[in-house]
Design a protein around this ligand. Sequence first.
Ligand SMILES: [Zn+2]
Length: 492
Amino acid sequence: MKEHIDLGSGYTPSSRQKAESMALLIDRWLGNPFSKAMLKFCTSRCKCGRRVELALKKFGNGEAELCWKCNIAYRIVKLILNSIISRLDIEKDATIKNLEDPMWRKGLSSVLEGLAKYGVQKPFTAYSPFLVVWNFTNACNLRCKHCYQDASKPMVDELNTYEALKAVDKMGEAGVAYVALSGGEPLVRKDFFKIAERIRENEMAFSLATNGTLLTKENVKKLSDLNCLFIQISLDGATPETHNSFRGRQSFERTIQGVRNAVESGITVGIATTVTRHNLKEVFKIIDLAEKLHVDIFMHYNFIPTGRGREIVNLDLTPYEREEFLEMLASQIPERKISLLSTAPQYSRICSQFSMLSLTHFDTIGQKNSDLNFLAEFVGGCGTGRLYCALQPNGDITPCVFIPIVAGNIKSNDLLDIWHNSEIFRKIRDRKKFLGCGECKFVNICGGCRARAFAYYNDIQGPDPGCIINKEYWEMIAHKYEKEVENVILSL
Ligand SMILES: [Zn+2]
């Protein structure tokens, strides 16, 4: 590949230069057949385990029993890393410290293995999903109007404890770095902590997305003992009226108590708000409240008309409303104590217009490490199907929790085989083919929300009608909105 990665305009000069120089370096290096063969050798799997991960472990001062081949790989990796560290002026001690963390090690291994398999691609694809969001159960103690999962009772074919434990081991073997447990309400499942423990035994990080009502002090203590990376709590309003009208029952007070318990534990805590016309005017009050509660992150969830959300498709923001909202969000980054993030991929473009860097999915782990920023720069945009995939309660593998296209099932399929070879994953990586988004100059840092494209057009490579740059697509559907589109979406 001759062309180097274009990261779009407006990135901070130092991180952009770093990313470009890195991409060029790798590109040039991979252009040499000898180095290509070397990378293949270093990233192959051995009876010792995942070769490159073991080499990184040893580089990070960890104990690793290596065969002679893996030992050679370690020496090569050491040479390469030392050269990168000096060339990019990265702090060596910090890098070594990062490599002591298995999540970092696994993430970097997936990057190197991805380079060996796919080369310097636009956009970059990791060898193993860095993150798997697992809709751990369909059971929930609330009935939210916008629920993408249409959660209430457990699915009849949900993974039982034994199958769930096996699924965890399979993710560990595949090289997944981080599992985000979502739902339904994950804490409803009696075996939640048993599964979380198994995730940790597999040296993977984990986080929890919850409605907060079951975050008792006892549960939070258990989460903290297991080194839970991040707790994300859903809040749809700054007042009981707004929140309860969406989530039902008297959940507001219990959710707020859950937030307090989580914050007290010292775990990184995020408030997640699905923004619709119902609560648009209240969002900044929610952020005020989150700050008052000493929460670390506010995460805007892009509304996707899927699951029960299909019934309230008319509450979706117009591209104009979304643009204005995201601009407002980005403009408040410097003055807020809380990190302001969004799952809308357009946020990267908007932040770049404000000369800031948005890491979207990457930043949800709450790290403020500049080296990780650099990695995200290199990667750019929504990670669906390239860095992340989803697991449904019955083990079905989908590209994203919001995209109901089943590529396989973890019980019967090999996760990596699905990741590399299934048609839907290939399509999602082929950004140039995206209608509307494919021609956009921000395609590498955004690519549009594939879940929204699929929800509105039943086409994973369709346009994301939520973006101002695609406003003509919105106008087209908004025109027929009342009658047709709503019916189409309702009947999907
Ligand atoms: Zn070996």
